[in-house]
Design a binder for this molecule. Sequence first.
Ligand code: NAI
Ligand code: MG
Length: 361
Amino acid sequence: QTFKIAAIPGDGIGVDITQAAIRVLDTLAHVNGTFSFEYTNFDWSSKAYLERGWYMPPDWEEQLKKHDAIYFGAVGWPSVPDHISLWQMILPIRQRCNQYVNVRPTRILKGTHPPLAQLQGKPSDLDWVIVRENSEGEYAGQGGTTHGHEANAVATELAIFTRVGIERIMRFAFETAKLRPRKKLTMVTKSNAQRHGMVLWDTVFYEVAKEYDGVVEYDKMLVDAMTVRMVNKPESMDTIVATNLHADILSDLAAALAGSIGIAPSSNLDPTRSCPSMFEPIHGSAPDIAGKGIANPVGAFWSAAEMVRWLGKGQLDEVADKFMVAIENVTGQPETRTKDMGGSANTEQVTEAVCKEIEKV
Ligand code: NAI
Ligand code: MG
């Protein structure tokens, strides 16, 4: 079986880690022998935009939809305003490809020295899956500006919440929680201050929750209090569902608590499988370390493992699990950790080590 992958390396370290992920994926396929990958490389980046004036061509949607999955590096560069790069690439892809769920697992990988462990608790306390609403909410893109950015400027940023959108993300979150060891779901809003959309979130949450009574334990948090609970009581949570903006912020916090933003993966899923889903590490293009060959590729590898799991529809779970073991065998060794994990290895050395481990496990 050959999986067609649309590879979009993008900018900065996105290029390094995509290259590394492809190499590791090919090793995995080669060792396994029952499947392979065929890539189409899309040169859609800020660098290309600066040269030709566009990120994606008019038929981008048609081109992407010819693939089984999309592997994405990162987009964004200092010479292009971030709202342009985000709205020319990643947000339209998520919206037009029906990727209404963004799944962000976080746990403490072997060999990482997270700030949390220095505070209290044991590494296994932090084991979460953040389910982010990925199609509407605060990133719906509606709003406007009048009077330009002059003295009397007025700008609106409209958050959009639909019952359909809320209900489908709640169902996905409950189904995720049901399969997890702790079988717990925490729903996050800010429904005390934001009294319309957030209250609808609460309402739909409790409606859907009725179907899971006795199966999933559930509770509700306000987003500000949630940040405190994540630091102080990590063991009290498992699956977390939140809006586009809230989950975006909470998942960066989760990654930092688990050790580094360079480790964390994300899957943009179309659960109906009518469009290709997209897999990417949660970090950005990291201009401060770009071009140095020192980016941590672990988040990219973990995202690749999630892609294999998704593509396999249950048939490749064992392959993905072994892939994760190989990654942790590498993070477990001090000499194959990058700087953000307290080591001094470069991207190439970590990649090489993971390939060798894949051949072993
Ligand atoms: P960032 O994630 O690129 O970097 C934040 C910090 O973490 C930097 O100090 C960076 O060196 C470090 N870091 C990130 N990934 C790392 C890795 N794999 N290994 C080692 N260190 C790593 O976030 P920042 O600086 O806010 O954004 C830079 C650009 O990336 C901006 O243009 C932003 O819009 C874009 N961005 C794009 C995203 C995407 O494509 N999905 C997500 C987040 C940011
Ligand atoms: Mg983010």
